[in-house]
Design a protein. Structure first.
Lengths: 302, 138
């Protein structure tokens, strides 16, 4: 009880600190801490998969993309929040009123009970062989077309990053070499963390029905290895060319496997578990390649 | 005693993020505030049909008392889409900074108006604009 109240209070405090920060760097770090508290709050509501994804995104990839964006931006100071707030005081009053009303309606709405969809999904999960967790099985079976569009959206985002970044000469690594020489701690920490992250990421992709895991979370954790390795030993940009080919190939294979899955009616034909594992693995590789390419292009940006 | 719950905190966080979008004039701060709104929406959805005394869906043995896996699956999608959107936004911010050398919404708008691309659309009264320009040029 007390723990949950502390987590909620911390969420609100860090959200306010983030938008009221007086320096862009402070704001980025505060928003990263806010994301970690948010992942704890998801754990309170027993959503470990969402929690893992949020922790990976907010503590490694999201934060490092934000930091890389402002590294050329010399003036990181921000105008004081109070003065800006004074100019738009009416917005504060309006938002407070609407927020209060929404909270009142949310609290006074009676609970609707258990949804029919949850009953159906949990019953089929209890009856199945429990190869993957129910969340993964929703992503790859019940909402499989949604997942295809999600993967294609990630592909589009990667293509946008690839085509909109200006990597005149693929460098941008020199300043990190200096960091490496100054901080042997960083190098040791990454050396210790890489095998752990690799095992955890691979375990999440392969999936165990009683632990959180799936293609997205595993792919994100594996991409965190790329980030850590880059901080210690910057890559040349050439590596991304192969990775882009792999990503597109895996995406095509993923779509083909889903078409086969749907057309063969695999769930009823008894070949459901191998398909699940295959699609999970393809999704994991796809997400890993996508997030890594995004990061490497940001890092190579001149 | 009044207790905070996940739904209420989600709503409050959403409006804090919206306040940041409205008040802040730095484009990076807008990106961060949109990120806060994203997290708030995820938190609100995760609390649907779940409570701290429930069990996670993967270890549940009966339907009553097990957290609903459907919103969780939706929210994993949302988190991944959120990071993709953020990456594309940041690339656009970088390009904007390269072209105009500033990350201030109003300054970029002014520079674009000077170029003759679009007319300036200042919504504030002249007095507010004057106060703002004095403040920002400190």
């Amino acid at each position: 009880m007390i723990l949950s109240q502390v987590i909620y209070l911390m969420l609100i405090v860090f959200a306010i600190l983030t938008i009221a920060a007086s320096c862009l760097k402070h704001a980025i770090i505060l928003s990263s801490v806010f994301g970690l508290w948010a992942s704890l709050a998801y754990l309170l509501y027993h959503a470990p998969d969402v929690s893992v994804s949020e922790a990976v995104v907010s503590s490694t990839l999201g934060t490092i993309l934000l930091v890389l964006t402002i590294r050329k931006y010399t003036d990181v100071s921000l105008p004081p929040f109070r003065q800006l707030l004074r100019i738009r005081l009416s917005a504060l009053f309006l938002l407070t009123t609407v927020c209060g009303l929404l909270i009142y309606f949310t609290v006074s709405t009676p609970s609707l009970g258990i949804a029919p969809l949850q009953v159906e999904i949990m019953e089929s999960y209890f009856a199945s062989q429990r190869i993957v967790s129910p969340v993964t099985s929703i992503l790859l079976s019940y909402r499989v077309f949604d997942t295809v569009f999600e993967a294609s959206m990630l592909l589009v985002a990667v293509l946008a990053v690839v085509h909109l970044t200006d990597t005149g000469h693929r460098g941008g690594a020199a300043e990190y070499l200096a960091v490496n020489e100054m901080h042997p701690t960083l190098r040791t920490a990454v050396r210790v963390l890489v095998p752990i992250l690799f095992v955890v990421g691979a375990a999440m992709i392969i999936g165990d029905p009683f632990t959180p895991g799936g293609g997205f979370q595993g792919g994100g954790i594996l991409a965190a290895i790329v980030v850590g390795r880059y901080l210690v030993r910057p890559y040349s940009g050439k590596r991304t060319d192969d990775m882009q080919k792999i990503e597109k190939l895996v995406f095509v294979l993923f779509v083909l496997s889903i078409i086969a899955y749907v057309l063969l009616d695999a769930r009823n034909a008894g070949i459901y578990p191998p398909f699940m594992l295959l699609m999970n693995a393809l999704l994991g590789v796809k997400v890993f390649c996508g997030l890594s390419i995004m990061f490497l292009f940001f890092a190579a940006e001149e | 005693m009044f207790e905070l719950s996940g739904e209420i905190v989600g709503l409050i966080l959403f409006f804090i993020g919206l306040l940041g979008v409205i008040i802040r004039r730095n484009i990076m701060m807008t990106v961060l505030a949109v990120g806060i709104m994203n997290i708030a929406v995820v938190l609100f959805f995760v609390t649907l049909n779940a409570a701290p005394n429930y069990v996670p869906p993967m270890v549940g043995t009966e339907i009553v008392g097990t957290a609903d896996p459907v919103p969780q699956a939706l929210m994993i999608t949302s988190v991944v889409i959120g990071v993709s959107v953020q990456a594309v936004l940041l690339v656009l911010v970088m390009n904007l900074f390269r072209q105009y050398g500033t990350l201030d919404w109003y300054e970029v708008q002014r520079l674009r108006a000077v170029e003759g691309e679009i007319p300036p659309t200042q919504k504030e009264s002249p007095e507010q604009n004057q106060r703002l320009s004095i403040m920002l040029n400190r």
